[in-house]
Design a protein around this ligand. Structure first.
Ligand code: FES
Length: 515
């Protein structure tokens, strides 16, 4: 199994994704001109940020990307890069919550974004392994079949190219199957690095390892601080999933993790299509060939970040893979974070309650490659004051008191529960030396609650377990070796550094000698 240590690019966990070992490294100048006033500062170097930056720069802006880690460090490096005209919010759900016109819009947007990505690849000569394929969505029981039939009707009404199918692309048994035409797949890191190169070639700047910890808006200019330095810009785009700090979007998006295996097979029964079942959580499958070697990529076992057991999630997924395929070896396994919007559709546009000309794009569910690209086109239009056909539907300020209301209550009741229960129920160990090497645990020690980690050499790091975002207690993620917050998906390294999510400050280190 590959870990993160020696990969071409890094990402937000110990496990390495297939893409990290097979991308293309590009270097960046990594310094901003001190006195420059940029048109737009884009925070986040994933597909959303880089696409936005390129679109703006191409139209004459002077832009800068600030990425806290390295390009593709977050979900773009951990996606499985399926490009679909059907979304995790199903067409019947969109019909019901937003109306049929909205379904038609999302169908058109998804189709257009597949073409948009393909066109970028062609125009910029990016070797991104892009391929058009059919996708199969299949049911395995009566309840799922009923739902699938309603998806067929609603999707066709929305204008999606989908039909009933007599097969599902694999030997997995099924009751009923749909085939969606002209779906696609690609290599996400090769793609964004191609976009980044194009952005730099026309004067764009990229700063990696640049964590923006504060932004002040004064005299109509955003002043973004990183360390002792400041970037000045007229517009700011948060391409970071939920924006940092406590705001309404933290409440309207629930963080989830999905698990992925890239395996080789004993036989050659690699599917030449994209495949999805309808279990909860659902499984998603596809094949990718790299340097002449085929991998079957299987995803699933999703759960809320910081909640269920990641070890169990990988076990469950591996069991599923072994049940349906002749596995030769599991070459890669990794997990990745995504955000589920409370009413099913992403939030793209001006940040509610934020300073003027502060834009955000989040709530992509499991459709980040499509919706990240769509967000880039919307935000670039908004910045130039152009009409955009999707801006109103996906506005972060939309008022949908009914759509998603139950989910909103459920997710936030869950957050409130963690805020209280984490404080009442305390684990207790007599001595931090009880920890095994490589293990982390929230423990009570001399009346203090601590997040304690012991590394492979026996060095112990003790942190405050109180998340710096809104005060929930973090949980240990033994697979990715991180402290994960169960409330809004903030994640921290074993040394307490913010990895991802809305927190802006690291977990406080508690000196061991003071214990
Ligand atoms: Fe919000 Fe931790 S991410 S409290």
């Amino acid at each position: 199994m590959k870990d993160n240590a020696d990969k071409i690019s890094q990402r937000d966990g110990t496990h390495s994704s297939l893409w990290q070992s097979t991308g293309v490294k590009i270097s960046h100048s990594n310094n901003a001109a001190n006195d420059a006033l940029y048109d737009t500062l884009i925070i986040g170097g994933g597909i959303t940020g880089i696409t936005t930056a390129l679109l703006l720069q191409k139209q004459g802006q002077n832009c800068i990307i600030a990425e806290a880690h390295t390009l593709g460090f977050g979900t773009t490096g951990g996606t499985t890069a399926h490009l679909n005209t059907f979304l995790d919010a199903t067409y019947p759900e969109i019909d019901s919550d937003f109306g049929k016109e909205a379904s038609a819009q999302m169908a058109k947007a998804s189709k257009d974004m597949i073409s948009f990505i393909q066109k970028n690849i062609e125009e910029l000569s990016i070797d991104a392994d892009f391929k058009y394929l059919d996708a199969y969505l299949f049911s395995q029981n009566e309840k799922e079949t009923k739902e699938l039939r309603s998806i067929l009707n609603a999707a066709q009404e929305a204008g999606v190219a989908v039909t009933e199918a007599a097969e599902n692309g694999t030997s997995i048994s099924f009751d009923y199957s749909l085939r969606f035409s002209n779906q696609a797949q690609f290599h996400p890191l090769k793609y964004i690095r191609g976009l980044a190169r194009a952005f730099e070639n026309i004067g764009g700047r990229i700063l990696e390892n640049t964590f923006i910890h504060n932004i002040e808006f004064k005299n109509e200019i955003h002043h973004a601080k990183y360390g002792e330095k400041i970037i000045r810009a007229k517009n700011v785009v948060y391409a970071t999933h939920v924006p940092p700090g406590v705001n309404i979007l933290s409440l309207r998006n629930a963080p989830y993790r999905s698990y992925v295996l890239a395996v080789t097979l004993k036989d050659d029964h690699y599917p030449d299509c994209l495949i999805y079942d309808m279990q909860e959580p659902y499984h998603y499958l596809r094949t990718h060939e790299i340097n002449g070697k085929k991998y079957l990529i299987i995803g699933g076992a999703d759960h809320k970040t910081g909640h269920d057991d990641p070890i169990q999630a990988f076990d469950t997924l591996e069991q599923y893979a072994k049940t349906h395929f002749q596995i030769n070896a599991v070459d890669y396994r990794w997990s990745s974070q995504y955000y589920v919007p409370v009413d099913g559709l992403p939030y793209v546009g001006q940040l509610p309650g934020g300073a003027e000309r502060t834009f955000v794009a989040t709530g992509f569910n499991g459709n980040g490659m499509i919706l990240g690209s769509l967000s880039a086109t919307i935000i670039s239009d908004l910045i130039f004051g152009k009409e955009n056909q999707y801006a109103k539907l996906l506005s972060p300020s939309r008022l949908k008191p009914l759509a998603g209301f139950n989910e909103f209550i459920k997710e936030n009741a869950d957050v409130a529960y963690h805020f209280l229960a984490d404080r009442i129920g305390t684990a207790h160990i007599k001595d931090i030396t009880d920890l095994n090497s490589g293990e982390g645990k929230v423990v009570e020690y001399n009346g203090e609650k601590l997040a304690v980690y012991k590394d492979d050499k026996g060095k112990v790091t003790a942190l405050s377990p109180v998340c710096t975002h809104a005060g929930c207690i973090v949980n240990w993620n033994p697979e990715e070796k991180s402290w994960d917050c169960p409330c809004h998906g903030g994640r921290f390294s074993t040394s307490g550094t913010v990895i991802t999510g809305p927190p802006r400050k690291n977990l406080e280190e508690i000196p061991i000698k003071h214990l």
